[in-house]
Design a protein around this ligand. Structure first.
Ligand code: ARG
Ligand code: ZN
Length: 481
């Protein structure tokens, strides 16, 4: 399935009403006839959907618009746990909108404006329903300003754990997958709607604030300091992070781009965590030699020491690492994994959560490549070891179910799938595929079908259907490749 058919799926409901704007740029992709401009037809305003339509998580995200950017001006008071401020969201309507939803959990909006005019809003569960003073015609850009606040809380997913905003003794941190952003700002919380992200976060003097992207100007008044961060490359919402507390920040440049590394101030300078993330530049260079140019304009990483954080996350340009990875000794494997995600997962984001092996299988494979580069074990040895000890083949990598998106079937079997593909099409074609896949879909969203098509093309037109069927969708152990 190629790019066109995927776009068609996204816009399917709109074709009849002549798609414009974010969907098909004025062309009806199914018939290739030019479509009439929105101004030449009578608008038919209907509410945007309350979910983005992901079969695994139907309530995540929303329909009817496409966000271009979030601009947040927030203040966090560690003494009370209160977060408050303004979100300015620029978006484009993908249908004639009578109203639309934003995802916002446990926080209250006190004022909403659409294009400067007061809009009515009400909370409905973890959604903010916004009704603008007048309908928004499909294809029209619009700006939503939400003043909001409250004491944020994480979201709990029974199977996958907690994500979102976590308050700490002296600050807070926010991250999580598959959702987290809605616990601290109004958002279209689904990876299919990427957007730029700017944050100005005001905190008491003496605390540090880390977030995505490049640092901006810092300003202090009356005991409070505002930290500015900007991620200018469109980002999936779950990749937004903020970390507030006492941190030791190291700012350098790497390959001409800002490199911001941070560890808790309480952590000794030569600690395994600090030493591991200090190799971020070196690991990025190695991965760039395998995957192609590093896709973002900043880099770095943050170590968070908190018992509630037992994972690491590929938050764009600045992965967050739970300190459990570094207990006792250096671990560059997890760093290679999260940096691998910058290409596969972040630059190439998911279109739907079912395809998460495109993130985790590739990031696990990135770790295998790094281990080989480090002289620890070859990729073949990583495969062999994993293949020998892998027991549960009943869960399909390409269809793990909503509760299984972080299972070994996704990570380990996903990486094994890539190795099986490499054996099938040869080292050179496979190495070319890793790069062309990343280059072709840079800053985009991808699906498993698109990867299969790309692999078949890289193989010179071989039918790889049986290989992917066995490795991604089979429920028994495939033969050794
Ligand atoms: N994507 C993360 C990684 O790179 C895993 C996140 C796990 N999340 C969770 N809620 N357990 O490994
Ligand atoms: Zn991962």
């Amino acid at each position: 399935m190629g790019e066109l058919s995927v776009k068609w799926v996204v816009c399917a409901g709109l074709v009849a009403t002549l798609a414009v704007g974010g969907c098909t740029a004025g062309r009806d992709s199914t018939t290739d006839r030019p479509s009439a401009p929105a101004s030449q037809r009578a608008p038919h305003f209907t509410p945007g959907a309350a979910g983005a339509g992901d079969p695994y998580f139907p309530t995540y995200g929303n329909g009817g618009y496409d966000v271009a950017g979030y601009d947040l001006a927030l203040r966090f008071d560690p003494a009370t746990g209160k977060l408050a401020g303004t979100a300015t969201i620029t978006a484009t309507a993908t249908q004639d909108l009578s109203r639309f939803n934003l995802d916002l959990a446990h926080l209250a909006a006190s004022e909403v404006r659409v294009d400067g005019r007061p809009a009515t809003s009400r909370a409905e569960g973890n959604e903010l329903v916004v009704t603008p003073a007048a309908g928004i015609v499909q294809g029209r850009p619009f700006t939503v300003v939400v003043r909001y606040g409250g004491v944020p809380e994480p979201l709990n997913n029974e199977a996958l754990g907690k994500g979102g905003w976590f308050r700490t003794d002296d600050g807070a941190f926010a991250l999580g997958q598959p959702e987290s952003a809605s616990t601290w700002f109004p958002v279209n919380d689904h990876p299919s709607d990427k957007a730029t992200f700017r944050l100005a976060m005001t905190v008491p003097d003496g605390l540090e604030v880390l977030s995505n992207g490049v640092p901006g100007r810092r300003a202090s008044t009356a005991g409070w300091t505002t930290w500015a961060w900007a991620e200018n490359t469109p980002m999936a919402s779950y990749l937004a992070t903020v970390v507030i507390g006492q941190y030791r920040i190291t700012t350098t440049t790497h390959a001409g781009k800002p490199m911001i590394l941070a560890v808790p101030e309480s952590m000794p300078a030569g600690s395994p965590a600090a030493k591991s993330i200090a190799r971020t530049g070196e690991i990025t260079d190695f991965l760039a030699s395998q995957f192609g140019p590093y896709p973002f304009d900043a880099n770095g990483g943050v170590v968070v020491a908190d018992d509630r954080l037992d994972y690491a996350l590929e938050t764009q340009t600045r992965p967050v690492y739970g300190d459990t990875f570094f207990s006792g000794s250096e671990d560059t494997g997890v760093v290679a994994h999260e940096l691998g995600h910058q290409w596969y997962g972040d630059s190439l984001a998911l279109h739907r959560w079912q395809d998460i092996w495109l993130n985790e299988g590739f990031a696990t494979y990135a770790d295998w490549l790094w281990q080989e580069h480090e002289g620890k074990r070859t990729v073949a040895q990583s495969f062999d070891g994993t293949y020998a000890k892998f027991t549960d083949w009943s869960e399909p990598t390409g269809k793990p179910g909503p509760d299984g998106i972080f299972d070994p079937a996704v990570y380990e079997r996903g990486a094994m799938t890539l190795y099986a593909l490499r054996r099938e099409i040869g080292d050179a074609a496979f190495a070319g595929l890793l790069k062309s896949w990343a280059a072709q879909h840079r800053d985009g969203n991808v699906t498993t079908d698109e990867f299969i098509a790309a692999a078949q093309q890289a193989s010179g037109g071989r039918d790889l259907g049986p290989l992917f069927q066995a490795w991604l969708f089979g429920t028994t152990k495939p033969p050794r490749p």
